[in-house]
Ligand binder design. Structure first.
Ligand code: ZN
Length: 276
């Protein structure tokens, strides 16, 4: 499932491909991709618009349009964009939407594929986007997230810290892979109540979140199966994961054994030897 580093990589690729270009044609192959909007309204709001820039907020891809609107996409489990040369806009397996975009002299085609069909995209006005934005927590790589602001957010929570990190209303963009890795690097047991972290724990966690996410952005995300950037390349962070998916392997730090447990229905991986 794409998290912050994957969404960031996709957004950068889209920005390079379509910023400054005009959206000429739109085909919705599966209506649910724009729900609860109707395909007709979606197309009307997007057709003819220029894309000013493409960015990311939490795990959302947001394209700012020349009329102030936002074309926003939630990739969810398996949503994926591809950018390529034009070919007929025909139905293909898992193709949810396609866009002909004027690319200077020529046109290119942006396609959105989604095997599991949970991905959504909408065209919103400024206040509609502001409502969504306001519900999302702080950006973990921004200057707003400091050890002090993280401590304030954590205070009083009895949720296990791994689960707390997945709550998009607190800190936005972190999913299971990076929550597990951040706990490992901070030497914090993922089951510990979030509110029980002491000042030094919070400082280590803050540092770990930023390092893990920053390095994952540098390596263009983590690819286990579906995730690809807009040109079809996978990420490389899966090669340097220290805990996630490493059940029964040796801990690189203390020589203990990485264990897998289930928290809130999802796997967490940690080393009982050095995460307390
Ligand atoms: Zn260890």
């Amino acid at each position: 499932m794409p998290e912050l580093p994957e969404a960031e990589t996709i957004a950068r690729g889209l920005d390079a491909a379509i910023a400054g270009r005009r959206i000429e044609r739109i085909k919705i192959h599966r209506d649910e991709v724009v729900e609860p909007m109707s395909p007709a309204v979606f197309r009307r709001r997007l057709r003819g618009r220029y894309v000013e820039r493409v960015g990311r907020r939490a795990k959302w891809i947001t394209a700012l349009l020349d009329d102030g609107g936002r074309w926003v996409t939630q990739l969810r489990m398996t949503g994926r964009f591809t950018w390529g040369s034009p070919s007929p806009l025909r139905a293909e397996p898992h193709l949810s939407a396609s866009f002909v975009i004027n690319n200077g002299d020529a046109s290119g085609v942006l396609r959105f594929y989604d095997t599991r069909r949970f991905g959504r995209m909408w065209v919103l006005n400024e206040s509609q986007w502001a409502e969504i934005d306001a519900r999302l927590g702080v950006e973990p790589l921004s200057e707003e997230l400091t050890p002090g602001s993280l401590a304030e957010l954590l205070a009083g929570s009895s949720a296990p810290i791994r689960n707390w990190l997945l709550d998009q209303r607190r800190v936005a963009g972190i999913g299971n892979i990076y929550a597990v890795e951040a706990c490992y690097r901070a030497r914090i047991d993922p089951r510990r109540p979030a509110g029980s972290l002491e000042r030094n724990d919070v400082r280590r966690l803050h540092n770990a979140i930023r390092r893990v996410l920053g390095r994952a952005v540098d390596r263009r995300g983590t690819t286990f199966s579906d995730y690809r950037d807009v040109l079809g390349a996978g990420g490389e962070f899966q090669n340097v994961l220290k805990a996630y998916g490493r059940e029964d392997e040796q801990c690189a730090r203390c020589g203990g054994t990485i264990e897998r447990i289930v928290l809130a229905g999802r796997s967490a991986f940690f080393c009982a030897g050095c995460q307390v």
